[in-house]
Design a protein around this ligand. Structure first.
Ligand code: SAH
Ligand code: SF4
Ligand code: F3S
Length: 446
């Protein structure tokens, strides 16, 4: 009987990608994935530490592994990801049932650690922050049936925004070799992948720190020429590193989807300064203007934080005004959450939770209307959609995304997964669009 593993994943696309890599590594060693945590011989929790709530969630899941371990003495229980890095070996003391603590830059040796635990029954922690991906796991059918996937092009972050724990738990910025990435993208396309999202904490500074070539725009150009690769996306970009060269590519490369996630964090110059973001409201707005000049239909999304220390009512109103001015397609907004070790801990002017909640609510209410208005405005347009799989409603409902990254549901008697279709948008709803098939896509993003 093959041994089974189960991974619970929290956090951002970096963690999702890491969990995918771990799954592939374990499958190469003969393990199989189990649907349920109860059947598994190895349980891993991939954790996020970005806000206090995310961390609490991770810790509560770790606590719930204790009874599982009592039932199954040989169970291997591990914690990986950003909370593992942040709390390190303290977790071994706090959770006596844990066997493995692995920081995000140490996951590529997971097979060896598991073998060691099995052999010697010792508890292991590996928290080296200079670790790096040097090769991708061998293909073993893990991606079968998938049309889209992530490809990590860099690890870590050097920006040290004053509120953010990521640079402490993911280490310094390191870029992967371009040749390896190109080879990997080719391999993914051969496995049936049609759309690749390049991921990293700050993709537009790819290769900048180590002074290597190609830089990010050149890498995009190289990937654009891969035959069979229909779409490229990337996330996340930092506004301070968004060059004109990169903006220009939105009007040039046929595979580059017209969508950019460009976190602004605040609409107030005072708060942006305290956050150490390195740009002003005006420079951000001029980036938006340039993006829209090159590609008028580009979808733009952002992240915003409310209740940062020192945020006065007028600063918050600046954020509200910013979403009004830009009319983002969507925003991800958060209440500021204090993370120990970050510089913002020492800033005066802490905001109470009730006030943070009020600001978050107002921001989200207004954005909901803007998003719905944007989605409504797509009604009657023809959008090119890459079909990703069945929709939520079953019964011949399929789902895919427009080039601008909006989910579209539509009906089809046949499974068209992986196809690029032209759809007429019948209805724009709050979180998705409803479409009907008009014909096959023209291979370009539109
Ligand atoms: N590298 C990416 C992702 C960072 S984490 C980027 O720079 O955009 C994703 C989002 O979480 C951030 O954009 C920010 O809006 C939010 N975030 C980070 N730290 C936070 C904190 N301490 N409290 C609240 N939100 C936070
Ligand atoms: Fe955090 Fe800023 Fe780095 Fe993003 S750019 S991961 S918000 S420090
Ligand atoms: Fe969370 Fe780590 Fe990502 S802290 S947001 S999982 S980099």
């Amino acid at each position: 009987m093959p041994q089974l593993f189960h991974i619970k994943t929290f956090g951002c696309q970096m963690n999702k990608h890491d969990s995918d890599s771990i799954s592939q590594i374990l499958m190469n060693e003969g393990y199989q994935q189990s649907k349920s945590i109860d059947d598994a011989d190895i349980v891993l929790v991939n954790t996020c530490a970005v806000r206090v709530k995310a961390e609490e969630k991770a810790l509560s899941v770790l606590g719930r592994l204790a009874p599982l371990k009592q039932k199954k003495r040989n169970l291997i229980a591990g914690v990986i990801g950003c909370v593992a890095q942040e709390q390190g070996t303290d977790l071994l003391k706090r959770f006596p049932h844990l066997d493995l603590i692995l920081g995000p830059r140490n996951i590529h040796h997971i097979d060896k650690f598991i073998a060691q635990i099995k052999k010697k029954r010792e508890r292991i922690s590996s928290l080296d922050l200079s670790g790096q991906i040097t090769s991708f796991p061998k293909y073993n059918g893990y991606l079968k049936g998938r049309v889209t996937c992530f490809l990590k092009i860099m690890e870590g972050c050097d920006n040290f925004c004053s509120y953010c724990i990521v640079p402490f738990v993911r280490g310094r910025e390191t870029s992967l070799s371009a040749q390896k990435l190109i080879d990997e993208a080719n391999r993914l396309v051969r496995q049936g992948i049609k759309e690749i999202t390049l991921i990293g904490q700050n993709v537009n500074s790819y290769n900048v720190r180590n002074g290597s070539v190609p830089t990010f725009p050149r890498l995009l150009k190289e990937l654009d020429s891969i035959s069979g690769l229909k779409r490229i996306r990337f996330t996340t970009s930092h506004p301070k590193d968004l060059s004109d060269e990169l903006i220009g590519l939105f009007g040039e490369l046929t595979t580059l989807c017209p969508h950019i996630h460009l976190p602004v964090q605040s609409g107030s110059d005072a708060i942006l300064g305290f956050m150490n973001r390195g740009y002003t409201r005006d420079t951000y707005l001029s980036l938006i203007e340039r993006l829209r000049k090159v590609r008028p239909d580009i979808a733009i999304t952002t992240d915003l934080i409310v209740g940062f220390p020192g945020e006065r009512e007028q600063d918050f109103q600046d954020s509200l005004r910013l979403i009004e001015d830009v009319k983002f397609d969507n925003i991800f907004s958060f209440k500021y959450s204090e993370r120990s070790g970050t510089r913002a801990v020492h800033l005066p002017g802490k905001i109470g939770d009730t006030e943070k909640q009020r600001r978050l609510f107002l921001l989200q209410q207004r954005q909901k209307e803007i998003t719905l208005g944007k989605n409504n405005s797509l009604e009657g347009t023809i959008q090119e959609v890459l079909v990703e799989g069945p929709g939520k409603r079953g019964n011949h409902q399929l789902s895919g995304r427009t080039a601008g990254n909006k989910v579209v549901n539509f009906f089809s008697p046949t499974d068209l997964r992986g196809e690029l279709l032209r759809l007429n948008i019948i209805q724009g709803c709050q979180n998705s669009l409803l479409g009907e098939i008009v014909g096959a896509g023209d291979q370009k993003t539109s």
